[in-house]
Ligand binder design. Sequence first.
Ligand code: UD1
Ligand code: MG
Length: 455
Amino acid sequence: MLEVIILAAGQGSRMQSSTPKVLHTLSGRPLVAHVLQTARRLNADRIHVVVGYGAEAVQSAVASADVQCHLQAEQLGTGHAVKQAISSCQPTSTVLVLFGDVPLITEKALRSVLAKAETGVAMLSATLPNPAGYGRVVRSAAGEFVAVVEERDATPEQRALQEINTGVLAAKAERLVGWLDRVRNQNAQAEYYLPDVLGLASEDGMRVEVVCSDDDFDTQGVNTPQQLEQLERLHQGALADQLMNGGVRVSDRSRLDIRGRLQCGRDVRIDINVVIEGDVALGDAVSIGANCILCDSQVGDGAQILPFSYLAGASVSAGAVIGPYARLRPGSVIDEKAKVGNFVEVKNAHVGKGAKASHLAYLGDADIGPGANVGAGTITCNYDGAEKHRTVLGENVFVGSNSTLVAPLTIESGGFVAAGSTITDDVKTDQLAVARGRQRNVDGWQRPVKPSESE
Ligand code: UD1
Ligand code: MG
């Protein structure tokens, strides 16, 4: 049986934040959520999470039927943290310990540690050009594992070692229990260190299997805002590479942020400073202009999202053109070849095939028929102060500029609204609706003059 224990009880004081460290986000998701996702891929029989600082918030972030939380009321160290969960593990289980602040650890690395743990105890190390802050792996002259020494307890010679402890270790539960009982806190931080169990194992004459990670950054821990920023950039770079490997044309790998899942068809182009959140799907030959944000949206083949547009919960069909500076809010459904232009806001509205709202409009709770044309400055008055109402425009309706459409309202197909109208009554097929004051021209008009000029 395999049981995974994820340590997530620390405050993370070096983050200088009141948010528990494991809830800081990487690529839009809490650090601990990444670890949990990887743990699930191992098909563990049970997953334990040790919570402490901000326990309620961490617990609700990981809440799920397959997760059991354990409270570490006082954070007395990583060894002490494992103790809080291990009493719930089956003695014969293989226990894999993961740190909630090492978010990008890979399934592959964990599987190789588990394979080595079958006979005894195994840990994952990495060799870093800059090992500052990590526990160092001390080996004998013959290269055998001896112990992990934390940086603050290390001699200058030990600090010069570049092989570090990633925090990942695995052993049978009953063995871990025995070693954890023997761990003492006589060290620089007066904490019960988990890696001390490895030293105890080797003292007992048991071979500690060290798996050396060959990844560049997947084993890095997050302890400071700088480390989080660096890891985010490395991770985002890797995501951009994956897209480019699939043929996506990314203008600058350092100016794309994917905080969720992005699916792309062929010949997609993504310009600079684009942010993707939640689930976003782009069809073939879609282009996303500079400075766009897309959250939980789909964009059909050949559609263009022009610069500075913000889409959230929107569905855009093939060949549509959105922006520049368009805002599509949840429930926006834009049909084929429709156009939503600059400074147009759409919410809970269906814009039919080939319909156009090219400039400066608000379309809320509306159905805009195929081929309709909504002039600049037109708004749907969907809210009467208490309730929302719908505006329905039929096929090929023409709404002149600066019109106010007071919902509930229906303008049947071919209806025509004169510019500057405030429309409160339904308009029938092919009617013209004019609802504005008539123009009056006054002959011989004398301009007002200032009193000083009239003297
Ligand atoms: C730890 C390791 C270090 C390793 C590094 C890898 C120890 C003593 N040191 O150092 O050898 O190189 O990780 O990233 O283990 N936690 C608890 N309860 C506690 C203390 C910590 O749950 O009482 C959790 C934290 O929330 C965190 C993880 O354990 O998720 C690691 O703790 P952290 O304080 O970040 O340890 P490091 O100093 O990074
Ligand atoms: Mg850490």
